[in-house]
Design a protein around this ligand. Structure first.
Ligand SMILES: CC(C)(COP(=O)(O)OP(=O)(O)OC[C@H]1O[C@@H](n2cnc3c(N)ncnc32)[C@H](O)[C@@H]1OP(=O)(O)O)[C@@H](O)C(=O)NCCC(=O)NCCS
Length: 222
């Protein structure tokens, strides 16, 4: 399902249950020791998805451990992202030579709990969501906004190792399942990517978002 909204060069794998978990590397298993059974299953299935998508890039299985801030440490030359929610797990990966940043998020296609949208979206964003809801009342636009911003964070953090608040990104949904995110953090590191393009999909009781940024082409040497 998620492959429908991925940019070129990105590989993915997804699962709708925990029936095919990855055998964990000892370092990964150590991380999960003592964790709740649900978290262990979620982690192992998402690792299975990550290894399948890495295999499509020709990358051999290796431990996928969390780095600073919880972001997975992908093999050299690879960017990627993982998500899990009830009934869904997915991983996406790409060569960093082609894709500079990548983030995904999946959520239940349900309205956010009362009061949460005010923490996630600006007045301008909320007004835009109301207009969109007029045209597409079947879409949970508040949850989609939340998901888009979570995906943005997952693309932003590995490259910058900086926190990004919900107010630091302005998401604008376009027609046909697209969106843009413009970032205005207080103190962006030099060269940080402050603009992403994204796509979204609602299918059954799930919604999902993907954001990415293409890598700049190598300068041509004369
Ligand atoms: C980190 C965060 C985005 C995870 O999202 P979530 O909806 O709770 O959970 P998901 O299942 O979709 O994603 C979890 C996966 O995200 C990845 N992840 C965790 N922290 C991450 C980070 N700092 N950067 C990138 N990826 C991260 C991990 O792979 C994790 O799965 P794993 O622990 O099994 O490896 C969320 O918990 C968070 O902290 N959000 C606040 C920051 C934010 O979203 N700001 C908005 C900026 S516009």
């Amino acid at each position: 399902m998620i492959e429908e909204i991925l940019p070129p060069g990105v590989r993915s794998a997804e699962a709708f249950d925990d029936l095919a978990p990855a055998p964990l590397f000892p370092e990964e298993a150590a991380l999960m020791a003592g964790r709740r059974a649900r978290r262990q299953r979620q982690f192992a299935t998402a690792r299975a998805c990550a290894r399948r998508s890495l295999a499509e890039l020709g990358v051999a299985p290796a431990p996928l451990l969390p780095g600073p801030g919880g972001a997975p440490l992908w093999p050299e030359g690879v960017v990627g992202s993982i998500t899990h929610c009830d009934g869904y797990r997915a991983a996406v990966v790409a060569r960093s030579a082609r894709t500079a940043a990548l983030g995904i998020d999946a959520e239940p296609a349900l309205p956010l709990p009362r009061g949460v949208l005010g923490l996630v979206a600006s007045d301008t964003e909320r007004a835009a969501l109301e207009r969109l809801a007029g045209a597409r009342p079947d879409v949970c636009w508040d949850r989609l906004m939340f998901s888009a911003k979570e995906a943005v964070y997952k693309a932003w953090f590995p490259a910058t190792r900086r926190w990004l608040g919900f107010a630091d990104a302005e998401v604008e949904f376009g027609p046909g399942g697209t969106f843009t995110a413009r970032l205005h953090p207080a103190d962006p590191p030099p060269g940080a990517c402050t603009g992403f393009t994204g796509r979204w999909l609602v299918r059954g009781d799930l919604l999902m978002t993907v954001v990415s940024r293409e890598a700049s082409p190598e300068p041509v040497s004369r």
